[in-house]
Design a protein around this ligand. Structure first.
Ligand code: DGL
Length: 272
């Protein structure tokens, strides 16, 4: 059995392309429909109820595209909207939090995990909950890093100012003794080199994008949803507003082939 419908991937903006990159590498036969809510990015500083509402509107658009599964390639949306989406969507849905937590527990040796993300993600406590549900003895040190997303969007991936901001955020986590750090924001894999430089060699990095892609593969295996083996997967990118310079930054940093970007209007419940 095979299923050539696309996998629907959504993010608050362009950052979720880090998840698309990981999906393309792991599942080259799959068609992907990526939807970025560039009209309303960032989600990271918004309230949980607003992020949940936006997430429902975005996944409604993906359902219109006849996707076979939904990937929430946004930590902020996964942190606050996953339970609601699991309850309401007719297709399977995967977020980035659980795969990241599982990978962090597999990596830690001293059972002390650090988590960085947007304010919405850290405030939700979603990583702590997931980590503790899997291992009640784990210690979690979490830190919101709201300045990192704008620096990444500016393209300052290798920059002395970015290095200083990272050092300021990560210093206390290192001091507290973490041996594993979860990059709990889909933008952060673009800063992996700068973040690695700021950490002692003994600290392992967990990239939620790669782990999310592996969770998607397991889901397709379990539910026999794989595309035909001989097909060559395509990538369609749609945004809710015209792309800005960050699309160029991401395209270059990720070496991702993105064709013509489509535009989608958010459907409000009355229009559905
Ligand atoms: N995609 C968001 C996340 O992973 C970061 C950007 C935003 O704040 O919307 O949390």
């Amino acid at each position: 059995m095979s299923d050539s419908r696309p996998i629907g991937v959504f993010d608050s903006g362009i950052g979720g392309l880090t998840v698309v990159k990981a999906l393309r590498e792991l599942l080259p036969n799959e068609n992907i429909f990526y939807l970025g809510d560039t009209a309303r990015v960032p989600y990271g500083g918004k309230s949980a109820s607003t992020v949940e509402r936006y997430s429902i509107e975005m996944t409604d658009l993906l359902v219109v595209e006849d996707v076979k599964a939904v990937v929430i390639a946004c930590n902020s949306a996964s942190a606050v909207a996953l339970p609601k989406l699991e309850e309401t969507l007719s297709v399977p849905v995967i977020g980035v939090i659980k795969p990241g937590a599982q990978a962090a527990l597999a990596a830690t040796r001293n059972q002390h995990v650090g988590v960085i993300g947007t304010r919405a993600t850290i405030k939700s406590g979603a990583y702590e909950r997931e980590l503790r549900a899997l291992n009640p003895h784990v210690r979690v040190s979490a830190c919101a890093c709201p300045l990192l997303v704008p620096l990444i969007e500016e393209g300052w991936l290798e920059d002395e100012l970015t290095d200083r901001v990272i050092a300021r955020y990560l210093g206390p986590l290192v001091h507290q003794g973490i041996d594993t750090l979860v990059l709990g924001c889909t933008h952060y894999p673009l800063l992996v080199h700068a973040i690695s430089r700021a950490l002692p060699k003994t600290v392992s990095l967990v990239d939620s994008a790669r782990n999310c892609a592996m969770a998607v593969k397991k889901l397709l295996d379990r539910q026999s949803l794989h595309a035909p083996r001989d097909s060559e997967g395509t990538l369609q990118v749609a945004l809710t507003d015209a792309p800005d310079t960050f699309l160029g930054v991401a395209r270059r940093a990720l070496q991702l082939e993105i064709g013509k970007v489509q535009l989608r209007e958010v459907l409000h419940p009355a229009k559905l």
